[in-house]
Write a protein that binds this ligand. Structure first.
Ligand SMILES: [Zn+2]
Length: 243
């Protein structure tokens, strides 16, 4: 086998190192790699991924919300601010809008069909948090904002089958995806125990096709609609954000 002289071998190493760096930078930086960006958005639930976390959580409430609704949203933001002092929660004052704003921010909008939020921080610009008239209570807004901060539903945890049983036969056709559990590489419970009373937990009748439960605890108990933030939700947020 031919052996390269030491000098040539060094040059070859430098050239290989250069290409390796180039490839790594391309793969890491989503803004220069459309594929990486798309994958990141598709698998946005990666709360393990530090890019999905916020340092400044900007909230723009659409002008179509009235003063009472704005006040509820502001109250939820203050509650989260107390839990996560290392994140700056900030709401645009009424009458001001984020035109030309370059950082990621939450745009709270009205919808006609349910409430929804992306999970975790997206990359640059606005991301919607939709609320229909039935979801303007503080618990639901809290649930959606916690999604935006990076937490999935409680039953999305990889180890959920130890705590809840999914009754697939009762789920509305096409809604099964809402009951998927995630890969441990994507999400983590950060060592906090499963809590069926979590504000992020579906109740037993969620997405039921026939009025029968779609999910019960493993010992067969009905799960009721969450009524308040649990210590496990708070602890998980704190551990996820390390604050
Ligand atoms: Zn949800």
């Amino acid at each position: 086998m031919p052996v390269l002289p030491q000098k040539e071998f060094l040059y070859l190493q430098i050239v290989l190192m250069f290409f390796w760096c180039l490839i790594s930078i391309k793969a890491w930086n989503p803004s220069t790699n459309p594929l990486a960006d798309r994958q990141y958005r598709t698998y946005r639930n990666g709360i393990i991924d530090p890019r999905a976390r916020w340092t400044r959580f900007f909230i723009f409430v659409d002008p179509e919300f009235n003063n009472t609704e704005r006040m509820i949203i502001r109250g939820v933001a203050s509650e989260l601010q107390e839990i996560l002092p290392c994140v700056k929660f900030w709401m645009w004052p009424k009458g001001r809008s984020p035109s030309d704003f370059r950082e990621s921010y939450i745009h709270v909008t009205k919808s006609k069909n349910g409430c929804a939020s992306e999970v975790g921080r997206m990359l640059n610009g606005s991301q919607k948090l939709e609320l229909d008239p039935k979801c303007t209570d503080s618990n639901t807004i809290l649930h959606e904002m916690i999604h935006a901060l990076g937490l999935h539903h409680e039953q999305a945890q990889p180890d959920r089958d130890k705590y809840v049983k999914i009754l697939w036969q009762n789920i509305k056709k096409g809604k099964e995806n809402n009951f998927r559990k995630y890969d441990p590489k994507e999400v983590s419970s950060f060592g906090v125990p499963y809590n069926p009373k979590s504000i992020m937990q579906y109740s037993s009748k969620a997405f039921s096709a026939n009025g029968e439960p779609t999910m019960v605890t493993t010992d067969g108990k009905i799960i009721t609609k969450p009524t308040e933030l649990q210590w496990t939700d708070i602890e998980k947020l704190k551990r996820m954000y390390n604050c």
